[in-house]
Write a protein that binds this ligand. Sequence first.
Ligand SMILES: C[S@@+](CC[C@H](N)C(=O)[O-])C[C@H]1O[C@@H](n2cnc3c(N)ncnc32)[C@H](O)[C@@H]1O
Length: 310
Amino acid sequence: MEEEKEAGAIENVLIIAKLTEQTRNMSLKIQEEDAFSSIDCVGQCLIDEVRTKAFEKAIKRVTKPDWTALDIGTGSGIMALFAARSGAKNVFAVEYDPCVADIARENFVNNGFGDKINLIIGDARDLKFKNNIKFDLVIMEMLTTGMIDEFQVQAVNNLHKQKVVFDSTVFIPCVQETYISLAEMNFSMYDFEMKMVKHLWHGLSENQNYSIKSESKLLNSVSFGSAINEKFNGIITLKIDKSGVVNCVHISSKTYLTDKIVIGDTETLNAPVVVPIAERHVKKGDELNVHVSYIFGKGFQNFKAEIIGK
Ligand SMILES: C[S@@+](CC[C@H](N)C(=O)[O-])C[C@H]1O[C@@H](n2cnc3c(N)ncnc32)[C@H](O)[C@@H]1O
């Protein structure tokens, strides 16, 4: 009996790891039933003041009184609240996690904006809007380094596809730039070799032993003002500036909230990431071609980087 239970549990874990459509629905159902949700994650974003105050400054600077604003991935609701407090006439806030949406609703009501902010529970990737609606301002903080995780790109594309944004629509952020360099990381941890993707978060990564070995170059620059190709595929030539070994790529991002308000990595946003690659000995002055391909929002399991050629 005990054995049967064990086997069942393991099978379940294996199925979930595959993330088929069926298991995706299953995990959504589990989320609804057991209410395990990332409420704490949006709370963390909130206390990242460097990030949050930069968004507030940008929203305040651009918002006009007759505007209709849309906040996608509203989380705690903070960006929608900034837009409402900055005087936008109508504010719509979209969140796909029903438990998080409840928190946003409470925050809108408790701060006197319950009537002004319309909360929509839905997936921004395929949300349908009424034909005649037009957004003057779109705020969307579903950002991750390189936009490799999270569905920022798909959600932006849905707005363009639905024709609810125009040349005049202001996007906050408007651009996300991602940079790449070659590096050597000591992947040994607790006397094990743990060669895997690592986010170098503030406060967590200070004791990580790595060294950047090449120049850093722009990998991609994604502008939200028009539809975006969801697949990135490119070859970047990187000049080595320190001889030794390279065994990973180092990715970092910079977010343009406006052309003048720019943020790099903060406590909860854009942490640089190292992704292991095949090890290679390099000499100062070498120029190496690195082939990188991934689909935005589909996670690091689909991120491929390799040095090509000799
Ligand atoms: C990084 S949090 C940011 C929360 C808030 N905007 C802020 O800046 O503090 C991203 C939020 O987007 C929501 N989200 C992620 N993907 C979504 C999608 N496809 N549709 C709607 N909401 C989504 C998450 O549940 C989460 O609440």
